[in-house]
Design a binder for this molecule. Structure first.
Ligand code: MLT
Length: 325
């Protein structure tokens, strides 16, 4: 009898220790890193750079899965509802985890409640761009031209809820126009359409467009940050170009589903931190125009605070812009 009791208590202790053991060993298989937009776009680019380094740190592959639809909210809803075991995480951004709240009254998740923040990966300033043969020479001319010709103009974006949609919503509301909006599954394909001259203008994150601006494949009118970007020194800030209200900078960040055990979140946050301190990763992200978070801006706590403040900021902007159609 005594042997049986001892055996049973051993089994109970082993079962109780199993999750802790599993967390201690994490990750023991590949991690699914969901990108809520098309391959080749800004979110995908940042996820691949950072994910590749995290794979090396955690000695497991980070498999990128592009889950498309509804301005990134389809993927975000899926990850919010997935098993909180650290094997399904998402590279969210200012659209999916802030602006979407005001854009979708029936959003299937609350960015600040249904996710465990892991950390900010990169700041991504937003530019006002057009096809290369768009007539206006500078931002003042752009504003006048768009006002005068709006019924003929197409604006590309990556779906309601995306950064490109939200920041051009801000731009259009400042100018007082509602052009025809053309949604794509990401600004990767939207940029291809802009280069081909199939659409007239778009607002996009810097990491997607530096090379194309330098090669003259598209035009850049202004950047929505206080300072010019060191990688695009000839592009004026919106304030310099006469539109100071256009303040538009986005960010990419990693999130796990809420309920993910803290040791796993900490391990992911540690691996992200190592990636952001790695000279090779920093060089690649900086060359693309990203703004890298300093130590205080990294980790779960800083990201949790950022999400709250960004939901507030973009809700005000979107409400002030009025109805979408
Ligand atoms: C993308 O990766 O395609 C973008 O982040 C889309 C966007 O939000 O504009």
């Amino acid at each position: 009898m005594l042997v049986l009791v001892r055996l049973l208590s051993c089994v109970v202790a082993m079962v109780a220790a199993a999750p802790a053991l599993a967390q201690g060993d994490y990750p023991t298989r590949p991690v699914n890193l969901v990108v809520p937009f098309a391959a080749g776009g800004p979110t995908d680019i940042v996820a691949r750079i950072v994910g590749e380094h995290m794979s090396r740190t955690l000695k497991q592959q980070f498999v990128i899965e592009n889950v498309l639809g509804a301005g990134g909210t389809t993927a975000s809803t899926r990850v919010a509802k997935s098993k909180p075991d650290g094997y399904s995480i998402i590279m969210g951004h200012m659209g999916t985890h802030a602006a979407s709240v005001a854009l979708y009254p029936k959003l299937g998740y609350k960015p600040d409640v249904d996710f465990a923040p892991i950390g900010l990966a990169a700041g991504t300033p937003v530019l006002i761009l057009s096809k290369k043969d768009f007539a206006p020479k500078d931002l003042k001319e752009f504003v006048n031209y768009v006002k005068a010709n709006v019924s003929k103009l197409n604006m590309a974006h990556a779906g309601v809820g995306s950064v490109s949609f939200t920041t051009c919503l801000l731009l259009n509301s400042i100018i007082g126009v509602k052009p025809t909006s053309v949604p794509y599954s990401g600004t990767g394909p939207a940029l291809t359409a802009l280069i081909a001259g199939q659409v007239d203008y778009m607002c996009d994150q810097i990491v997607n467009v530096v090379q194309q601006i330098e090669a003259g494949q598209i035009k850049a009118y202004a950047i929505g940050t206080r300072e010019r970007s060191p990688v695009l020194p000839n592009v004026p800030t919106a304030s310099e170009a006469g539109l100071p209200e256009f303040q538009a900078s986005a960010w990419n960040a990693l999130f796990a589903p809420q309920g993910t055990p803290q040791p796993i979140v900490d391990r992911l946050a540690g691996a992200l931190d190592q990636a952001l301190s790695d000279p090779g990763v920093r060089k690649r992200l900086l060359e693309l125009g990203s703004v890298l978070p300093d130590q205080a801006g990294r980790g779960p706590k800083a990201l949790g605070a950022l999400v709250k403040s960004e939901v507030e900021r973009w809700t005000k902007v979107i409400q002030a812009a009025g109805p979408l159609e």
